[in-house]
Every structure is written in structure tokens, then in C-alpha cells.
Write a protein that binds this ligand. Structure first.
Ligand SMILES: Nc1ncnc2c1ncn2[C@@H]1O[C@H](COP(=O)(O)OP(=O)(O)OP(=O)(O)O)[C@@H](O)[C@H]1O
Ligand SMILES: [Mg+2]
Length: 367
């Protein structure tokens, strides 16, 4: 048995690499350590290695290099029936010859639970996914979203210590999806289940997770709590991938402590927070969230940086107004304002002054 270097970790990836063909690495030097009870989401573009990581953690694929530990023990040394892992696959993988209720009862039978206990647990799990009336149907007689909910119930019914879910709500409509998000996080926290969750939906990732790992190209680009990830992205990929983001290109003029002076490509000088830039002359991409930009610049006080802008488009979205501006030679600068009684609706062609605080403006790597 292999002891983990990090004794607190319930799940640990240590320098894990994976190649399917012996040439290209689809997972590159992955390090990840999760305490018991954590809800962690892997978020990233298609093909970035998320499912591969889940499959290795489940023991269905082996790592080409490195170690994966579950409660301090290498996953390769734990026989499948002792892994205690609940899983929802991207393609559901229900047993086609069994009814819905039998599908759910199966993991309980394997664990030698009695009939009345099984029936009670199956009933509760089906109610949780709003499938209480479907116990006698077979998977082929269900819609995609219904099958997905049964797969979810089956992964949770035996109260596993670790649950791996790969896009478990992808086939559901918005309302059901939001309901299930709430049910899953509640149950996971109530039972202390450690969860690794995969999704493409960033709102889902931000609202459900204790931490989010942003994947790109087989690497974790940043792993952090949702608010940290959104407010303090460490590189341009994360800033662009999570939430809406405005970018301006320029060159570093000077770095003094926590202030960088950036010359934008149209010649304008602005102050920014240096994040992953190191020296004058370096190209940078500035990142500013749309909701951190003020049209009423007086609200910001005298630390604000202001720029002239022209309104290109006004988009009414109900609760918020989204306005597209021409700024510093670009025409895709978005600002978001709340629809309040005193909020003015800007008109295309109008000249405005916009502003932000230097700490909301991050100097990141050039893209
Ligand atoms: N069994 C396999 N054999 C060979 N290559 C594979 C296999 N499974 C996945 N890959 C490749 O590994 C890379 C990572 O795939 P993976 O399924 O982990 O991505 P993902 O992040 O889950 O993507 P998606 O969001 O589309 O589900 C991809 O380039 C994919 O083509
Ligand atoms: Mg996948």
C-alpha cells in the first residue's frame, strides 16, 4: 500500500499523466488534493481531459505516470467492489434489462442490504429526482432526461463516500436542472459525500462547488473557490472562460509594487494590478469584468481610471442592461448595469465616460 504525502487528503492526484496512444499526453502533470466532504467541479472545454481524470479516479483507466490515492491508498490496489464510488457517466449506462427500481436496488443488493431497507432507499432516491412514478419502467421507455435522473439516483442511493458525476444534468431543462443542482449539493453536504463533478456550465460550477478546477489542454489552469476564480483569475484563459470579461491589449510601461502602468494599443495609459506580468516592454492583456465598469464615474471617487467611450449597442435583458461600447479602438467592450429606476438607457452613438478602480483591472498574459 502507498501512503499519501498529504495525510488530510481523501482524494489525491500526484503528478498524474495520461496518454492513450503512448505519444500525446491528454493529462499533463496533474496535482490535486481534496479533503473529505469537498464538492469539487472540473470545468473546461471539450477534450481538456475531465472525463479521463474521472475514469482514472474510478479505476477504469490507469495513469501512465503518477499516483492516484483514495483515503491514502493507491486506487489500483483497491478492488472495484470495495471502492465505494457512486458514478454518473456521460452516457448514463443504466442496465437495460432491469426496471428503474431494479437499477436502483442493484447497488444495495451488492452491499447485502435487506429488502425493506432497499425499498425505502429506492423510494427516497426516486422521489429526490422526481421519478417516483416510474419505478416499473425500463430505461428504453424513458426520455433522455428521465434516464439521466435515474442514473443520478442510482449513483447516490447507496450513500457512497465518493461520487463522480460527468455532466449529470446535461439533458434536463432549466427548471429541473436548478432543482437537481440544489438537491445534489444538499445531499452531498448532509451526508458528507466527497464529490467530483464535471460540467460545461460555468454557472452550475460556480453555484454548486466548494472549489472549481479549470481545465485546459490536460492541465489545471487554476483551482480555487468560485468567488476567487471569478474575481481573481490568474491567467487570461481563466478570465475568458469564467464569466463575461472585457479585454484590452497593451504593453507594460512600468511596475511599481501592486500597480502596473500599461500603454494601451491606442496610446492611452492606464493603471492595472500586475498579476502574471513581470517587466516593462512585455505585452499584456488587461481584464475587466463588465459589472465593475461604471458609467456614472463620480460613484468611484478620485482613484478611478476613466476612458472615453462611444455607445455601439444597447441590449435590454430584463433585470440588467447590457451595453456594448467602442473603447480604445475596440468595439466589443461590454458593460452591465442593473435595471433600476434611475439607471439611464444609453443610446447608440452617444459619447460617455466610463471608469473603474485600478484593482478591478488585471494585467494578465498576452493572448
Ligand atoms: N479511450 C480513448 N482513446 C483514445 N483517446 C481518448 C480516449 N478517451 C479520450 N480520448 C482523448 O483524450 C482527450 C481528453 O478526452 P476527455 O474525454 O477526457 O475530455 P473531456 O474534457 O471529458 O471532454 P468533453 O467535455 O467533450 O466530455 C481527447 O482528446 C480525447 O479525444
Ligand atoms: Mg467528458
Amino acid at each position: 500500500m502507498t501512503e499519501s504525502q498529504n495525510s488530510d487528503a481523501f482524494v489525491a492526484f500526484e503528478r498524474v499523466q495520461k496518454s492513450y496512444d503512448g505519444e500525446t499526453l491528454v493529462v499533463k502533470d496533474l496535482n490535486l488534493s481534496m479533503p473529505k466532504g469537498e464538492f469539487l467541479t472540473m470545468l473546461g472545454p471539450s477534450g481538456s481531459g475531465k472525463t479521463t481524470c474521472l475514469m482514472m479516479l474510478a479505476g477504469f483507466e490507469t495513469a501512465t505516470h503518477g499516483k492516484i490515492l483514495l483515503d491514502g491508498v493507491s486506487i489500483n490496489n483497491i478492488p472495484p467492489h470495495k471502492r465505494g464510488i457512486g458514478m454518473v457517466f456521460q452516457n448514463y449506462a443504466l442496465f437495460p434489462h432491469m426496471t428503474v427500481a431494479e437499477n436502483l436496488s442493484f447497488p444495495l443488493e451488492v452491499r447485502k442490504q435487506g429488502k425493506s431497507e432497499r425499498e425505502e432507499k429506492v423510494r427516497r432516491a426516486l422521489d429526490m429526482v422526481q421519478m417516483g412514478d416510474f419505478g416499473n419502467r425500463r430505461p428504453a421507455q424513458l426520455s433522455g432526461g428521465q434516464q439521466q435522473r435515474v442514473a443520478l439516483a442510482r449513483a447516490l442511493v447507496f450513500e457512497p463516500e465518493l461520487v463522480l458525476m460527468d455532466e449529470p444534468l446535461g439533458a434536463l431543462d432549466k427548471q429541473l436542472r436548478e432543482h437537481m443542482q440544489f438537491e445534489i449539493t444538499n445531499l452531498a453536504h448532509e451526508l458528507g459525500i466527497t464529490t467530483v463533478y464535471v460540467t460545461h456550465d460555468q454557472t452550475e460550477a460556480l453555484t454548486m462547488s466548494d472549489r472549481v478546477a479549470v481545465f485546459d489542454d490536460g492541465r489545471i489552469q487554476q483551482i480555487a473557490a468560485p468567488d476567487v476564480l471569478y474575481e481573481s483569475p490568474e491567467n487570461s484563459f481563466v478570465a475568458q472562460f469564467i464569466g463575461e470579461n472585457n479585454t484590452l491589449e497593451g504593453t507594460i510601461k512600468e511596475i511599481k509594487g501592486d500597480l502596473a502602468v500599461v500603454e494601451l494599443d491606442d496610446g492611452e495609459l492606464i493603471d492595472a494590478k500586475p498579476v502574471n506580468v513581470s517587466k516593462p516592454g512585455e505585452r499584456t492583456t488587461i481584464s475587466i469584468r463588465p459589472e465593475r465598469v461604471e458609467v456614472d464615474v463620480k460613484k468611484l471617487g478620485d482613484k478611478a481610471h476613466t476612458l472615453k467611450a462611444e455607445v455601439a449597442e444597447f441590449i435590454y435583458m430584463g433585470d440588467v442592461f447590457r451595453t456594448r461600447l467602442k473603447v480604445a479602438g475596440k468595439d466589443d467592450f461590454i458593460i452591465k448595469t442593473r435595471n433600476s429606476a434611475d439607471q439611464q438607457r444609453l443610446k447608440p452613438g452617444e459619447q460617455v465616460e466610463i471608469g473603474w478602480l485600478p484593482e478591478d483591472c488585471r494585467a494578465l498574459d498576452a493572448v
